[in-house]
Each structure stands twice: as C-alpha cells, then as structure tokens.
Design a protein around this ligand. Sequence first.
Ligand code: SME
Length: 163
Amino acid sequence: MSESIVIIEGTKEEKYESLLPQISAIISGEADMIANMANISSALKEQFNWWWVGFYIVRRNQLVLGPFQGPIACTRIAPGRGVCGTAWLEDRVMIVEDVNQFPGHIACSSASKSEIVLPLHFNGKVIGVLDVDSEYLSHFDTTDQQYLEKLLKALEQNFTDEL
Ligand code: SME
C-alpha cells in the first residue's frame, strides 16, 4: 500500500473523485476496521481540512469515540443524544446546517458550526457513525452525503473482522 496520498485543489466533487479511489486502495486488503477508520480519518482531514472528522463505534449500547482527526472530543454518547446519537438510533444521515439550532446538540467544541453524520453498517445493524464537523455554517450538503456514503460502503464491504 502507498503511504501517502495525493491532495488536490479544486471543487468539492473533484476532491472526492480524487480521494475516494485512493482511500479504497488504502483500505483494500486490510480487514481491521480500526486501522481503516484511522486512515480514512487522516485522508479526509488532509484533503478537506475539516475541523473534526472521525468515527464513533457502538459498544454496549453507547457510541464510544473511535479513530479521529482534530481536537479532543467527548468519549461517550447515549442512544438518541445529539446529532451522532440520533443518526445511530434512527439509522439515517443527519446534515445539520447550524448546530446551535439542533436541539440536544453535543458541543464538543464551540468552534463547530455545522455537521454531517452518517451511520456505518455491518450485518444490517448500525455499528458506528462517521461524524464530520466544520467551523463554517452550512458546510455540508447532499454531495458530501453521496460521496461519504460511497466511502462507507467501501469500508463496510472490506470489513470481515469483529470490532
Ligand atoms: N456534536 C456531536 C458530538 C460529537 S463531536 O462534535 C466530535 C453530536 O452532537 O452528536
């Protein structure tokens, strides 16, 4: 596997189009979910320079902080709490344009203004979420959703180990 990735300038679409095949190559052949989550967080942070990007993993009916890039974050989230807990409980993608307008938002960092959270599945169950935070309002849209869903599919397909 290559140990560096190519970072480009360009539109959001161009950045995803460039990055996704590179991420697929990096995670292919590695069945360990934690290792893949760690490299995915790093690659996304490098290309997009988002405020915070990382995973929460379902453990004993809580979301527990997993591999991430960015400032330190809350370690545990209960089902249905905040944006992450809602995405998990309701098994749906959450795009929040202004986190201060989201009832129950968990402010790990006051710099975070908008957020996208996507559920991660294994064997038909939500086993974690990918959470991305931005210091800008309305930073995420359905383009992010489409590409990040594609990325999570690649992670899910490659996953054979127990967490
Ligand atoms: N804001 C999230 C919590 C996680 S951190 O932002 C890293 C939420 O409301 O679920």
